[in-house]
Design a protein around this ligand. Structure first.
Ligand SMILES: CC(C)(COP(=O)([O-])OP(=O)([O-])OC[C@H]1O[C@@H](n2cnc3c(N)ncnc32)[C@H](O)[C@@H]1OP(=O)([O-])[O-])[C@@H](O)C(=O)NCCC(=O)NCCSC(=O)C[C@@](C)(O)CC(=O)[O-]
Length: 335
């Protein structure tokens, strides 16, 4: 039923401490769960302190050394709407690209894609990116606040964007926000999410990420949503926020139901500027630890990831929201 990759591989991730190892590290074959790191985009877009291009570049470069294979690196949105994403073009040109790592960017409309296209024309032969992401929502009110149009208008707006992006040889990923609860409208019917997911796939999105934008889902509501959607269309990705500390439980529920790609953000950074009450994403460190302990492989080095989470939190002058990251570093210091 699921189109997501079900790659089985023998993971060679090793960690220095017994007891912090599990399925993957014990050398057993484990199913791979792909992690899409959204820290440099979703993680930083909501920050009140301006983040320099240099810091964004360093964050992406460091993350690319951890084993992560997909790092969302910015957004071609209007700087009037999301000022923190200004400089994405410079970021894309400055990062040190690691072979096998994808660096997708968010594109909200044709103007955003044209900006990307202009970069390709101005710098022929440079990799820039091979993937964009488009986004809509399952709640009309949220969508209006986030992109100033209705859901139907956003789908109409994106159809030619996707067509043109595919023509440029880019992969296109779709996002649906507020899949369980909307901060303005309350509970969302799973059927609405299903119908939008189907439309995004028909449009040409190779995978669709379901966003629990305000982190209000629970394992029970997640199961209900996934049961509804998977009866009609494959579900590839879950993007979970952690407002009520349910994100890891939700991810494990989804992974047990077959989802094999999960979005997360280092140090739990993030939030949508148009989703009041939402705290950050599920922390990548917490996710890696939970998945490994449950016997799944991620290919991500928790040790270096924890250091990056602590570093970026200190740069942003905020607490590190990853419980695992903090515990890991404390343990490392003790040892
Ligand atoms: C879609 C619009 C632009 C509509 O906004 P609008 O005001 O209706 O658009 P407009 O066409 O009237 O343009 C307004 C101004 O923005 C400019 N503009 C227009 N487009 C662009 C562009 N691409 N790049 C640069 N500039 C742009 C345009 O040129 C104009 O400039 P002015 O004439 O006033 O000087 C706006 O609503 C917008 O940018 N929204 C983006 C909001 C956003 O990025 N939200 C966060 C991402 S979604 C998210 O985080 C959730 C997710 C994906 O992570 C999943 C989850 O967890 O739920």
């Amino acid at each position: 039923m699921f189109s997501a990759q079900r790659i089985v591989f023998r993971c060679s991730v090793s960690t220095p401490w017994r007891g912090f190892q599990s399925g993957t590290a014990r050398g057993t074959s484990a199913q791979l769960v792909k992690i899409v790191e959204v820290g440099p985009r979703d993680g930083l877009q909501n920050e009140s302190t301006p983040v320099s291009v240099e810091t964004k570049v360093e964050l992406i470069n460091r993350l690319s050394e951890t084993g992560l294979k997909c790092i969302e690196s910015g957004s071609f949105v209007s700087p009037k709407w999301v000022p923190q994403m200004a400089g994405t073009a410079e970021v894309l040109r400055s990062i040190h690209r690691k072979s096998g790592v994808a660096y997708p960017v968010l594109v909200p409309n044709m103007k955003g894609l044209e900006a990307l296209e202009a970069m390709f024309q101005k710098h022929p032969g440079e990799p820039i990116t091979d993937e964009i992401a488009i986004f809509t929502a399952a709640s009309e009110t949220f969508n209006k606040k986030n992109t100033n149009c209705t859901i139907a208008e956003s789908l109409d707006r994106f159809a030619p964007v996707v067509e043109r992006a595919l023509g440029m040889g880019l992969r296109v990923r779709g996002y649906v926000s507020t899949v369980v609860v909307c901060p303005y409208e309350g509970a969302i019917e799973p059927e609405r999410v299903r119908d939008i997911t189907i439309k995004l796939r028909e449009m040409g999105c190779y995978e669709v990420s379901l966003g629990d934008t305000i982190g209000a889902a629970t394992p029970r509501s997640m199961e209900k949503l996934l049961n509804c959607i998977t009866a009609a269309v494959p579900v590839d990705v879950l993007a979970n926020h952690d407002t009520y500390a349910m994100a890891i439980a939700n991810v494990l529920t989804a992974v047990k139901m077959g989802v094999r790609t999960v979005d997360s953000s280092v140090a739990g950074l993030g939030g949508c500027p148009y989703a009041p009450g939402a705290t950050g994403n599920v922390a990548t460190e917490d996710l890696v630890y939970a998945l490994q302990e449950e016997g799944y492989a991620t290919g991500v080095d928790l040790n270096s990831l924890s250091g990056i989470g602590q570093w970026i939190s200190s740069v942003l002058k905020k607490d590190n929201s990853s419980r695992v990251g903090k515990a890991w570093l404390a343990r490392r210091a003790r040892l």
